[in-house]
Design a protein around this ligand. Structure first.
Ligand code: ADP
Ligand code: MG
Length: 293
């Protein structure tokens, strides 16, 4: 038999800000069972600001902030920017740091005044085998309940301060989850952020499945996990970290300006940074291929 191929109207897609790199994936979009969203910058604005901090007894807040800003001096991450900005706002100047090292999905490391200093989240603490001291536990719990991302400052093996940062859920995200549920599509969220923050965002939005504290190199396994349940899965992300998951997904969707790596790993590129375009994509696929069996 001659396969019936209905060409998707690519100019219609393009007019809606969708660039199709792989037509097969576009065709599959109508049959999706689950869509996994990257949290930060996709479902949330991704613009963190430091809202609160705490230190252990013998450490001054300004001293901790200066040290953290020094370690974050070389990083482009939104968390780094927020910490540097908080230091600026208090007119604190950061000491010199060198031997900067970015630890993907965990945090950053540098040498300051001969000390080895780290700033990072729960994945960093796991990596360093470092525990949250009792003095900071309440702070961390409280921050988690408020859906604040917490990062920690570790100097020479001692966890000496914690910073709470706020991100906000994007207005569109609520409608996206509802619309996908109406289409009988499971909505999942994937993030390197803490379980607390991830659960708070998921509860707020009504997200079905949460993968939190996932390291960049493990993100694609979470896509596989849903595929192993016989689901046809799309992944939506923007970061370098998301590239392997975009490749693994049945439909890889890069959103926003995206990084080059994300764009090259994706089947579809959503030009505008609007998660609602994911819903439009599914609907366009359904409309275009409706008559195919
Ligand atoms: P996501 O998976 O949400 O896109 P990332 O993989 O970029 O997030 O980062 C995951 C986690 O790693 C962050 O929530 C934070 O705890 C930690 N992290 C990453 N980069 C930094 C940094 N520059 N400073 C502090 N913590 C960081
Ligand atoms: Mg990201």
């Amino acid at each position: 038999a001659i396969p019936l191929v209905v060409a998707i109207n690519t100019s219609l897609a393009a007019r809606n800000g969708m660039l199709i790199r792989d037509r097969i994936a576009m065709e599959e979009a109508r049959n999706l069972d689950a869509i996994i969203f990257d949290k930060t910058g996709t479902l949330t604005e991704g613009e963190h600001g430091v809202v609160d901090m705490a230190t252990v007894d013998d450490i001054e807040e300004d001293e901790a902030l200066a040290l953290a800003a020094a370690v974050e001096g070389d990083s482009e991450h939104m968390i780094a920017r927020a910490i540097r900005q908080a230091a600026d706002e208090r007119e604190i100047s950061a000491p010199d740091a060198d031997e900067f090292e970015a630890m993907k999905g965990r945090g950053v490391r540098a040498t300051v005044n001969g000390n080895e200093v780290y700033v990072g989240g729960p994945n960093l603490l796991n990596h360093l085998d470092s525990d949250i001291p009792p003095a900071l536990r309440t702070f961390a719990d409280e921050a988690g309940k408020n859906a604040h991302t917490v990062v920690y400052l570790v100097r020479e093996g001692d966890l000496i301060a914690a910073f709470a940062m706020a991100d906000v859920i994007r207005e569109e995200s609520y409608r996206v989850v509802d619309a996908l549920h109406d289409l009988n599509i499971e909505v999942a969220m994937l993030t390197g952020d803490s379980r607390d923050v991830a659960n708070a965002v998921a509860d707020e939005l009504g997200i079905d499945t949460v993968f939190a504290e996932v390291l960049p190199e493990d993100k694609d396994e979470k896509v596989q996990e849903l595929q192993d349940q016989d689901k046809l899965v799309a992944m939506v992300g923007d970061g370098v970290n998301d590239a392997p998951a975009l490749t693994r997904a049945d439909v890889g969707i890069a959103i926003g300006s995206g990084t080059d790596v994300a764009v090259q790993s994706a089947d579809v590129i959503l030009v505008q940074n609007n998660p609602m375009d994911v819903v439009r994509l599914v609907k366009l696929s359904k409309a275009s291929y409706r008559k195919m069996k």
